[in-house]
Design a protein around this ligand. Structure first.
Ligand code: MIC
Ligand code: SF4
Length: 641
């Protein structure tokens, strides 16, 4: 039988397991990436493994999230990561060099290779034909040490594009349209392959916008074929030798096929507070806008910003709008400067921000109270911008530029002709901000600052757990609810005790205190619990606060893995109606946990409500052993001796 692109790459990297849906498979990982907000933890974990040098083909440490330095914390963390990278054989991309996914695409990504990154948007690499996964920091640490990366064999979905994008309709609109069709849960358990005649008109950065936002669908990853478009991109980056062609077989089998007709597509917009809350831009035209932000790993390529510059050229932004532009990389910024497009952007009244995540993760540029912000980003979760009552919408760079000019949501197609944009034949190559590791790592001293606190210790599982249900939450809880980010909190990503004060505060201000007071605790969630970021802090911090188990209708993939790695037991409701019977504050008892882990069913007694019910526990043998050892770090250490 024919194979999909993903199946071909999986097969070539298979270390264990059978490639049958739902089975756990172990994969050899060629490349890893980290960013600073998850990187400090990943490197602390790597250090405890006692491995002298990474065993991957290429590992890169980026600094792009925590770049505001309003105290010693971020600066110390940057210095720690730089020294650790140099010691253990990891390339170091300096702050200011750009957003990890954009730089990785430009300088390191290779078709046919596997990549895992401690950031949920690592699937951006799928735009180049890589099989790229977001993962928790501990999984990345293990892969750097040469260990396998485990996933459940996903289903295969295909999105067939026909026709051509019309002027002012973009790759971002394709992503938003798919989110409208599938929702933030629609890609769970699947790899999405993109194909059809319509992909020929999409450049690699446009494809990367689409694979980037596959994360918002909950997909395991997304991938495009590697074709002449890929070759041309790699050649323009001076890396044509990295090109290999990749396509699916004509008789490859897909579990689901979705078609999108590009000729009929129009500009789309995701409304507050979820990326799948999508309508047409046209339907919201005239809504007043206070702020527009262009950038993030979704839409900060040279091509995106040349289009924005062309639309802004010779014009002024509306007086009521504040516009920020954050180029995705130093390469993008230098090329904008060299061709004069930067000048067009600045002359329009835009504010230029660093080549970093910036406002996307609430690091500056928070909207005014109740403000309407249009962003070219991928997430508009409640509170993520740093202003809890802000109304954040997600759009394409073209729709963003149109809103900045007119001060209200504007369908860019009403602006007349799209000014022509010509992409240069070759990109400017300047890798001076990517520092190679030391030849002799043993001689490098790792530099630590006082903000780096100890990794919290999790405990092995006993057979019985008596605990209070300390929090009950609804569907689609994101990691931004569990462990918020933003300028005030993000500098403390290596300080779990400090972070713990902010856990779940978007939902319930009293949670951290109540959880601590309760001792052992349990959380009850709805469906798709833990969607969003790969931050393992959303598991480590609850673990630090005493959470031993999370019960939900269903879990997001990376978060479920992070819970297990942190030694927290994820259980799913067998009868969804039990959700309504269990109340916050109830005393819960789980019995025969060990046997239940093996049989797939754990008994729960709600002593307060007075009933007993069965919960599902779908753990592989490896995951059971991790939980019984008290988390992946303990498990890895136990096996090393
Ligand atoms: C995000 O977009 O939420 C982040 C910040 O990039 C996270 C990683 C993190 O929390 O550090 C992600 O997507 O994984
Ligand atoms: Fe950075 Fe935002 Fe991309 Fe996350 S989604 S990596 S915060 S730009």
């Amino acid at each position: 039988m024919g194979k999909t692109i993903a199946e071909k790459i999986l097969e070539a990297h298979l270390l264990s397991g059978r490639m049958e849906p739902g089975q756990e498979i172990g994969l050899r990982i060629d490349q890893t990436l980290t960013q600073d907000a998850t990187g400090t933890m990943a490197y602390l974990e790597f250090e405890t493994m006692g491995i002298p040098r990474v065993r991957t083909e290429k590992s890169v440490a980026y600094i792009d999230h925590n770049t505001l330095q309003s105290g010693f914390e971020n600066a110390d963390d940057h210095r720690y990561i730089q020294s650790v990278a140099s010691k253990y054989g990891i390339y170091f991309s300096r702050p200011g060099n750009g957003i990890c996914h954009q730089v990785h695409l430009e300088r390191f990504g290779k078709p046919g290779k596997t990549l895992i990154g401690s950031d949920s948007h690592t699937p951006t690499g799928g735009g180049l034909g890589m099989l790229a996964f977001g993962a928790g920091g501990l999984d990345v640490a293990v892969a750097m040490g040469g260990g396998a990366y485990y996933i459940q064999m996903p289903k295969m979905y295909k999105v067939e594009l026909t026709g051509r994008l019309r002027p002012f309709v973009t790759a971002k609109d394709i992503s938003l349209e798919l989110l409208r069709i599938l929702s933030v849960k629609g890609g769970v358990g699947a790899i999405i392959e993109w194909g059809g005649s319509g992909i020929a008109c999409l450049s690699v950065p446009e494809r990367a916008t689409i694979t980037n936002m596959g994360t918002e669908l909950g997909a395991t990853t997304s991938i495009f074929p590697s074709d002449e478009v890929t070759r041309a991109f790699l050649a323009a980056q001076g890396r044509e030798e990295d090109y290999v062609p990749l396509s699916s077989d004509p008789d490859a089998r897909y579990d689901r096929v979705i078609s999108i007709d590009l000729d009929a597509l129009q500009p789309m917009i995701a409304c507050p507070h979820s990326p799948d809350n999508v309508v047409s831009v046209e339907s919201l035209a005239g809504t007043k806008v206070d702020q527009v932000c262009i950038g993030s790993c979704t839409n900060s390529s040279l091509e995106d910003l040349l289009k924005v510059a062309a639309m802004l050229r010779g014009k002024q932004i509306a007086p009521g709008v504040s516009l920020s532009v954050s180029p995705g990389s130093k390469q993008v910024l230098r090329m904008l400067a060299d061709c004069g497009a930067l000048s067009d952007i600045l002359a329009s009244g835009a504010r230029l921000l660093e080549c970093a995540c910036g406002p996307c993760i609430g690091m500056g540029f928070s909207p005014n109270s109740g403000g309407v912000s249009l962003r070219t980003f991928n997430r508009n979760f409640l509170g993520r911008s740093g202003t809890k009552d802000a109304q954040v919408y997600l759009v394409s760079p073209e729709t963003a530029a149109a809103a900045a000019l007119y001060g209200c949501i504007t369908d860019p197609r009403t602006l007349g002709e799209m000014p022509p944009v010509v992409m240069p034949e070759a990109f400017t190559i300047d890798d001076s901000a990517i520092l190679p590791p030391a030849e002799n790592g043993a001689a490098v001293e790792v530099l630590r600052g006082p903000n780096i606190k100890e990794f919290p210790q999790s405990r092995p599982f006993a057979d019985r757990l008596e605990a209070e249900l300390v929090l009950k939450v609804g569907d689609n809880i994101t990691t931004d609810h569990i462990m918020p980010a933003g300028a005030k909190i993000l500098p403390y990503r290596s300080n779990i005790p400090f972070l713990s004060q902010f856990c779940f505060r978007v939902c319930d201000e009293t949670f951290p205190e109540r959880a601590r007071a309760a001792g052992d605790g349990i959380i009850l969630g709805g469906s798709n619990y833990g969607q969003g970021s790969s931050r393992e802090h959303a598991a480590l911090v609850p673990m630090y606060l005493g959470i031993r188990c999370v019960i939900a209708k269903s879990f997001a993939r990376i978060h479920a893995a992070n819970l297990i790695n942190a030694g927290i037991l994820p259980l799913t409701l067998k009868n969804e109606t039990d959700y309504d019977r269990i109340a916050q504050g109830d005393k819960l008892v789980l019995t025969d946990i060990r046997a239940g882990m093996a049989s797939g069913k754990v008994l729960l007694t709600d002593e307060t409500a007075g009933f007993t019910t069965e919960l599902l526990c779908s753990l592989t043998k490896r995951q059971q052993a991790i939980l019984l050892a008290g988390g992946l770090l303990n498990y890895t250490k136990e096996r090393a001796v």
